[in-house]
Design a protein around this ligand. Structure first.
Ligand SMILES: Cc1ncc(COP(=O)(O)O)c(C=O)c1O
Length: 454
């Protein structure tokens, strides 16, 4: 029987997957993705969770019945919680209010206590997730603060596993190693191994715009003017964690929140690789550094975690739009209909009177209505027509709509673009009609079109 003794034995040996479309044809090198969501906790941090717990046991920091304490953005917590569940420890995690709710819920599901702390305070502020973790580890008896930032068993887990796996999987052909940087564990441990077996391998770190790490690497200065809040989770710093070994890092490139988020979506849609925000950042970084790679190079890129933890963030259109990340999208009838505040279609029938039609318009501040019998579009009526009729003769208000209606609004497909729709809209025709995926008629007025484009 092929059986693992417990879930911890399923950590590591993640696949290396070729990037097939993104970056082609400009990048001729092989881009190989090390997809770390295949770990049981869906991230690379299972590797460090297990190693840091086992090393703490060996060093006598963790004793039976003990409590593991850590400040974590979620993924390390998951790795630690898995190890704790199998080995019988309690867990208390502190995290920031920037982290996705899903990540926090997952940690609680694994039995951990999670304390949420403010994001926009400095690392050494007593309210920060780091300082709260330090304080708790002092107060709670038989507890151990793991401290993934400065605990070198973090980077050693990559020296022991990630580096050798990559070397073996590429049969020693790797020329470049690219990863995002947070605690510095992934880049430093993996690069220490890779440079030991082949010092020519280039190591490229991907940082967030708003982090001080790039400038620190380039100048040695901790320039706090470089630090400002950003959205990408798990990467970048306003401190220099002890796990960094800058000697094995050749270059650091920064990417923006927007570019990283858009790349996450491309990876899912174009490559079927459903990964988290930092994975979008690293692939965006590879594209920004494309001039460094030539034909024949083998570039290994770490994708840290799974996309399911970000469905309410980068994979959510409203979240993206609220941050102005979708401005360049092609607006279609579908997007306009989805964005409309009033979704219900207000129509009149041919048998209703002009005054009833006018009342419906007034109640909802509409300037035109489709005329429908049952579910069939038979005409349209506008505020201008009504006004004209009433000016001619006030008694017209009792006349039926069928006597005053104009042609039905043109029908467009859900895929029609804003440009195609705008060509149909004129002074004489102030709206178009489309059918949504549920099969309901929807109206798109000139106002809806303008609102969607603004
Ligand atoms: C999603 C994600 N990406 C990237 C990183 C950065 O990895 P490292 O801390 O090993 O530098 C982290 C670390 O927390 C992470 O959670």
């Amino acid at each position: 029987m092929q059986v693992l003794n417990n879930i911890l034995e399923a950590i590591g040996n993640t696949p290396l997957v070729r990037l097939n479309k993104i970056g082609k044809p400009e990048i001729e090198a092989e881009i190989l993705l090390k997809v770390e969501y295949f770990n049981p906790g869906n991230s690379i941090k299972d590797r460090i969770g297990l190693n840091m717990v086992e090393e703490a046991e060996k060093k006598g920091f963790l004793k039976p019945g003990g409590t593991i304490i850590e400040g974590t953005s979620g993924n390390t917590g998951m790795g630690l919680a898995l190890a704790a569940a199998v080995k019988g420890y309690k867990c208390i995690f502190t995290t920031t209010d920037k982290q996705s709710k899903e990540k926090i819920d997952v940690l609680r599901s694994l039995g951990a206590e999670v304390i949420v702390c403010p994001t926009n305070v400095s690392h050494d502020d007593p309210r920060s997730y780091h300082e709260v973790a330090v304080r708790l580890s002092r107060e709670i008896p038989n507890s151990h603060f793991i401290n993934q930032y400065d605990n070198l068993d973090n980077r050693d887990s990559h020296f022991k596993t990630t580096g050798p796996e990559i070397w073996k999987q590429t049969e020693g052909k790797i020329t470049h190693f690219v990863t995002t940087i947070g605690t510095g564990g992934t880049i430093s441990g993996t690069a220490e191994y890779l440079k030991k077996v082949n010092p020519a391998i280039q190591v490229l770190g991907i940082d967030a715009l708003g982090s001080i790490l790039k400038k620190y690497k380039e100048t040695g200065a901790k320039d706090m003017n470089e630090a400002y809040p950003y959205l990408i989770e798990g990467i970048g710093q306003d401190i220099i964690p002890g796990n960094f070994n800058f000697d094995v890092i050749d270059q650091i490139e920064q990417v923006s929140d927007k570019d990283a988020a858009l790349m996450c979506r491309r990876l899912a849609k174009e490559e079927g690789v459903f990964v988290g925000y930092s994975a979008g950042a690293v692939v965006q970084g590879v594209l920004q550094l494309k001039n460094q790679f030539k034909k024949g190079d083998v570039v290994v890129v770490i994708l840290h975690d799974h996309g399911s933890r970000y469905i309410n963030k980068v994979f959510n259109d409203d979240w993206m739009r609220d941050r102005g990340f979708l401005k360049d999208e092609i607006i279609t009838a579908k997007t306009i209909v989805e964005r409309k505040k009033i979704k219900e279609l207000v129509a009149v029938s041919t048998e209703e009177t002009i005054s009833e039609a006018f009342k419906k318009m007034k109640e909802r501040s509409l300037t035109q209505l489709p005329v429908m019998n049952e579910n069939e579009l038979v005409g349209s009526i506008s505020e201008n027509t009504i006004l004209q009729l009433l000016m001619e003769d006030a008694a017209n208000r009792e006349s039926q709509v069928k006597n005053a209606m104009g042609k039905p609004f043109p029908i467009v497909s859900l895929q029609a673009t804003a440009t195609e729709i705008s060509k149909q809209i004129s002074k004489n025709n102030t709206a178009v009609i489309t059918k949504n995926n549920a099969g309901d008629w929807c109206i798109i007025t000139e106002f809806d079109l303008i609102e969607a484009m603004a």
